[in-house]
Design a protein around this ligand. Structure first.
Ligand code: KE4
Length: 427
């Protein structure tokens, strides 16, 4: 349950902000709780408005891989802000940022900075459509790529039909060129491309899904996706907004040795500031204005404060960090799996690096249909128990949890102890 101060703030917020929050998942609606209002973060911890200390596994939904308020990142922001927060003109910082990102992600030959993951995927798909001259885009059920109209689409009656809006306010026309397939379904992908590949502008995919909970790619799925795109002239787009520099310094593409034609980045790559990236093959990106006919723009794109935070973050993404995150992740994953067996609870734990999900459903979870079968009520009860014990887990069964380089084995063990106590109450 939330604290009296959060309750009071929530009542005030709900009067002026839809649901009292500036992004829906923060409202705790899917876990039957009320949001904790946070006053500050420090390393692995968040502090509620009432001063209560929580071990944090949301990490601002992924960006905080170095922990909250990292001194070097805060220092870089402060120093940059002192020189002015935005000029609306090119800077040396943006050149360094582009050189750093393209070195980290060699598949990105040319890139553009934007201010959110939504902007990055929206612009990448527009560039792909402009490059191919085609309209149809393909996404996968359970993957989320931001809230652009044509991405808020649920699967049509069959994979062969075009999408229908998955949100009010999205006109049929906007959804009509989006086809949705089941994630990890290679036959469905091949069938779609054999019949309609010539009309497909791009396929966008979370290379490891975080947005239905953590679902890794099946062996060969991403390789096949890249191959059918190359064969048909469609553009393969890895949405690495979440996985980028999370599962490996160079993202999942580095971890798996894959080369998509375009990549979208956000969260960590922006140092936890409103900074994201889209980019890829030079021949595609040269279609983007002012060089080419695909328009895309942004008042604050690449501003010096955000870029300074990003560079301070990226330069600290070293091998020791990822080795520590792997050790902590393996400890957390094993501990949770043992508890499910001990308490005879149907569930599974799925993890790639330092993104992890505890599913209350029979595993393995390979797609949205299987994720949707999970017991969200039981997840809600477990989540409330964790919040009561001051472990701030993402408030949705269909999200990934994250931890940082500032988390310790003692933090993980304390979280496991809280989970063990909570599972004992689930009945
Ligand atoms: P933003 O527009 O929220 O910066 O990024 C959209 C986006 C794009 N692609 C992927 C793979 C993403 O995970 C996201 C955003 N992730 C969610 C968490 N599942 C952000 C949290 C929120 O919506 O408040």
């Amino acid at each position: 349950m939330s604290d009296p101060i959060s309750k009071g703030l929530f009542e005030r917020a709900k009067k002026l902000i839809p649901g009292g929050v500036n992004s829906p998942v923060r409202a705790f609606r899917s876990v039957g709780g009320e949001p904790i209002f946070i006053s500050r973060g420090e390393g692995a911890y968040l502090f509620g408005a009432d001063g209560a200390k929580y071990t944090d596994y949301v990490g601002s939904w992924g960006p905080m891989i170095l922990g909250h308020a990292h001194p070097a990142v805060v220092g870089a922001i402060t120093e940059a802000a002192g020189r002015g927060t935005s000029y609306g003109a090119p800077t040396e910082l943006e050149v360094r940022f582009a050189e750093t990102v393209t070195k980290l992600y060699p598949s990105i030959e040319m890139m553009r900075a934007v201010s959110s993951g939504t902007e990055a995927t929206m612009a990448a798909l527009r560039a792909a459509r402009g490059f191919t001259g085609r309209d149809v885009i393909v996404k996968f059920e359970g993957c989320y790529h931001g809230h652009a109209d044509f991405l808020l689409v649920k699967a049509g009656s069959g994979a062969m039909t075009l999408g229908v809006p998955d949100s009010a306010g999205v006109p049929n026309g906007a959804a009509g060129n989006t086809t949705t397939l089941p994630y990890n379904d290679i036959p469905a992908l091949k069938e779609l491309f054999s019949s309609r590949g010539h009309r497909i502008a791009a396929v966008i995919v979370e290379p490891v899904v975080g947005n239905m909970g953590v679902v890794p790619p099946a062996p060969g799925f991403l390789e096949e996706l890249i191959a059918v795109c190359a064969k048909s002239g469609a553009v393969s787009i890895f949405d690495e907004v979440m996985t980028g520099s999370r599962v490996a310094r160079g993202g999942y593409q580095a971890r798996a040795g894959l080369t998509p034609q375009m990549t979208c980045l956000g969260k960590i790559i922006g140092g936890g500031m409103p900074l994201a990236v889209y980019g890829g093959k030079r021949e595609i990106m040269e279609k983007v204005a002012p060089l080419g006919p695909v328009y895309q723009a942004g008042t604050l794109s690449g501003n010096p404060v955000c870029v300074s935070a990003a560079l301070a973050t990226i330069e600290r993404l070293d091998d020791a960090l990822y080795a520590k995150l792997e050790t902590l992740g393996a400890r957390l994953e094993a501990g949770l799996a043992v508890q499910l067996a001990k308490h005879k609870i149907e569930g599974c734990v799925q993890r790639v690096g330092s993104m992890i999900t505890l599913f209350f459903g029979k595993g393995p979870i390979r797609n949205f249909t299987e994720a949707s079968a999970c017991d969200t009520k039981r997840f809600g009860a477990w989540h409330r128990g964790m919040i009561e014990r001051k472990h701030y887990w993402p408030p949705s069964q269909f999200e990934a949890a994250f931890f940082s380089g500032t988390h310790t084995e003692a933090d993980i063990d304390a979280t496991l102890a809280a989970s063990d106590e909570t599972m004992a109450t689930l009945g």
